[in-house]
Design a protein around this ligand. Sequence first.
Ligand code: NAI
Ligand code: ISE
Length: 336
Amino acid sequence: MTIRVGIIGTGAIGADHARRITNTLTGGEVVAVTDVNAGQARSVVDTLGLNAKIYDNGHDLINATDVDAVLVTSWGPTHEEFVVAAIKAGKYVFCEKPLATTAAGCMNIVEAEIAAGKRLVQVGFMRPFDSGYQMLKKAIDEGQIGTPLMVHAAHRNPTVPESYVTPMAIHDTLIHELDVFRWLLNDDYKTAQVVFPRKSSHAHSKVADPQIVLLETHKGVRIDVEVFVNCQYGYDIQCSVVGEEGIANLPEPQSLLLRKDAKLSNTILMDWKDRFIEAYDIELQAFLDGVQVGSISGPSSWDGYAAAVAGDVCVKAQESGQIEPIAMPARPAFYD
Ligand code: NAI
Ligand code: ISE
């Protein structure tokens, strides 16, 4: 059976997911799209040659009888409304990060899903599907570096638009680390602090950039993450886990080693779409396969909620300059 997919929001990642479902993945077909910018929806349908209906709004798309599963790839503040509506319609839903922009919003989704009685939501945290992060996790789980003590990480984007403001460094960008460290370390956060180094002259007035986020986990692991969203030189994700007996580093993406003009060089990618292209393919194939058999796995609403709880505290820490406690409720058995 081909899973008939409806996409809400056909901007950068919505269009990219439509492309991968159409050209790369198996078992899915995009049959419906909607975007508040109707021209954007039309352009994706035309560019990809989709046989898809363009809906006036997300709710009509969700309730369409020929839509089996929904992708929510609109702006973050709209996610909660669409994910809850999809759950209430009994439909599987893949929601891009953040699941909702606040922990309270994510909890509304968790409660709706528990009331529905089965897992219907996969969150678009793609890093657990990345082969490099999987190598890191395997090394940690097999005890290759001994007990993890510290993590040093960096999340760098070349530039961000004027609409990107200081809290987005947490909700929009750090949220990937907040999810992936819980998964890597099998641990949760206890405290957060944010410190601001000298500001880059490339950062516009509404964003403090770079920032350093300091996290402490329940097991006592100390994590520092540099979030630098105007670093200019590339899209660069770094992660180094220091254990009692060794250090495991996230592998660099494969690239040609070039000897030319008296230089030895590797290319650095500039775009998240390229850096995690395989992980996006694998996460979305996993979603389609899960819908096919009526059982989805991958990052859950609870993972989306847990990242948002930590994210809300990080935003508080941006404002207070203090070390802020993170109170993480126990995971309901529903998500075991
Ligand atoms: P974008 O601005 O390029 O696209 C969003 C689209 O949603 C726009 O075309 C906009 O008109 C549309 N839209 C907004 N509100 C809508 C509504 N109520 N109904 C229908 N359409 C609506 O943004 P982008 O970069 O594609 O991001 C979308 C989401 O995906 C965000 O939550 C973002 O955080 C996430 N994202 C995730 C990435 C990842 O690495 N997993 C990478 C980039 C984005
Ligand atoms: C963007 O929305 C993403 O999710 C990218 O993966 C991240 O690197 C970037 O900072 C966000 O703005």
